[in-house]
Design a protein around this ligand. Structure first.
Ligand code: DOR
Length: 440
């Protein structure tokens, strides 16, 4: 049976677009969802039948912020290992960041990434183009791209753009989405001096503090309002930013939060040391609570992992020589579904934050919902089986997780990408390839 044979998923608990669940069947043909019904009676000769009894069918996850390290940093991760991890985590599409080597700041670099992903990616892919102070024409013309990434702080080299004139030029020219890493460079540099010599990674949160995030988020919001420019605020980490957006969020602005900024906080440093170090840093339990409320209230639109793998050797150095970032694509859906099963939110909300809303925010057509005619990007999860996160089971090349030892439920059993089964009851089909995403 070839990979693009039709698939009949039987007896699944299907999440419908109105947030209800239908106990029924879904028929996939030519990479699309052909039929959703309580019972589909067809001749199954030549059709792959998946018995989904006891499993819940959700739209595939769209992870709108990842760092997959290829080209140039493949010792940390590459498109193949990263997208096996995606398949394991129910992530069927990703949007990847430009801080690779070379930087993704030109059409040629973008084309190179698209080609590499076409060769190696098990899931669908899209890429940001990185802003520098010198690539305005590239930012205007690059294609296809999900948007322009600006690091306003917490970055070294050409991708750091915090000069007012340069920011004005980028915000005022063109109309494609601008996604900002909002942390203020000046404040971070001052506080780096103040805390110089401290070797405890917990100081990372004091250096890149709530104020550093708030200053930059306010600035991005001001520029977006001045030019009515589509803005997306990446990985919001503080209650202050959430409260700011609650008061003042133009309709053309969206925001995201990571699972780790919802369920981890500064107490993680004592447990996992520099593995808890990321940018923007984890904050307090109070920040967790305000971010959760903002997410539930729709002030924050979606969830991204900021998957940013570094090797264990790099993470075992002494702060500040430890790099910032943690992997996330293979645990994000189980982490969030576990929260749902424990009553923090609903399964339908998790799916909206991880599938429908990123599709809408980035203008990705035909994805994020289980609807006839939509792409057959789907995940079947088991909500009733708690399994621990174990390093030896991870597909990411870095081979660690900040959630090791956590008992999670909602693990993907099958992940389907464009009608092809990429994860089949825990086994990868490594011949599956995703497609380049389009953005409207
Ligand atoms: O923690 C982070 N790591 N935040 C970023 O913005 C970059 C990322 C990386 O590439 O390692």
């Amino acid at each position: 049976m070839s990979e693009l044979s039709p698939i009949l998923i039987r007896h699944a608990r299907i999440l419908m677009p109105d947030d209800s669940f239908l106990l029924g069947d879904v028929y996939l043909e030519n990479g699309r969802i052909a039929l959703v019904a309580s019972e589909i009676s067809i001749d199954t000769a030549g059709i792959r039948v998946i018995n989904a009894t006891g499993l819940t069918l959700l739209p595939g996850v769209i992870d709108p912020q990842v760092h997959f390290r290829e080209p140039g940093l493949e010792y940390k991760e590459d498109f193949f290992t990263a997208t096996c991890a995606c398949a394991k985590g129910g992530v069927t599409s990703f949007l990847e960041m430009p801080n690779t080597t070379p930087l993704t700041t030109t059409q040629a670099a973008l084309d190179d990434k698209l080609q590499r992903a076409a060769n190696k990616s098990l899931v669908n892919y899209g890429f940001f183009i990185g802003a520098t102070t010198e690539n305005l024409p590239d930012l205007r013309e690059a294609n296809p791209t999900c948007g322009i990434k600006i690091f306003m702080g917490s970055m070294k080299g050409p991708l750091l753009v915090d000069d007012e004139a340069a920011l004005n030029a980028i915000f005022s020219q063109g109309d494609r989405l601008i996604a900002v890493h909002a942390e203020d460079r000046t404040r971070i540099e001052e506080r780096c001096q103040q805390f110089a010599g401290v070797r405890d990674p917990a100081v990372h949160t004091q250096i890149q503090d709530n104020e550093a995030a708030l200053i930059a988020t306010k600035r991005a919001l001001r520029l977006s309002k001045q030019y009515r420019r589509r803005l997306h605020i990446l990985h919001m980490s503080t209650g202050e930013e959430a409260e700011l957006l609650r008061q003042d969020k133009p309709e053309w602005v969206t925001a995201e939060v990571t699972p780790q900024h919802l369920v981890l906080n500064t107490s993680a440093y004592a447990k996992i040391g520099a593995k808890a170090q990321m940018n923007p840093p984890l904050k307090s339990e109070r920040d967790n609570e305000i971010l959760w409320q903002a997410l539930r209230d729709g002030v924050i639109d979606f969830i991204a992992t900021d998957h940013a793998p570094h090797t264990l050797e790099e993470k075992s150095r002494q702060y500040p020589d430890t790099p910032s970032g943690m992997p996330g694509v293979e645990t994000s859906l189980p982490v969030m579904l576990t929260q749902a099963m424990q009553g923090r939110c609903t399964v339908a909300q998790v799916s909206r934050w991880m599938s429908a809303n990123p599709a809408k925010g980035y203008g990705i057509p035909n994805k994020g919902k289980i609807v006839k005619g939509y792409d057959a990007d789907l995940v079947l999860v088991d909500l009733n089986d708690y399994q621990p996160v174990l390093a030896e089971n991870l597909a990411t090349k870095c081979a660690w997780s900040p959630f090791e030892g956590w008992e999670l439920t909602g693990w993907p059993q099958y992940t389907i990408v464009g009608g092809q089964v990429a994860l089949d009851r825990g086994v990868f089909n490594t011949s599956v390839r995703g497609k380049a995403l389009t953005f409207v």
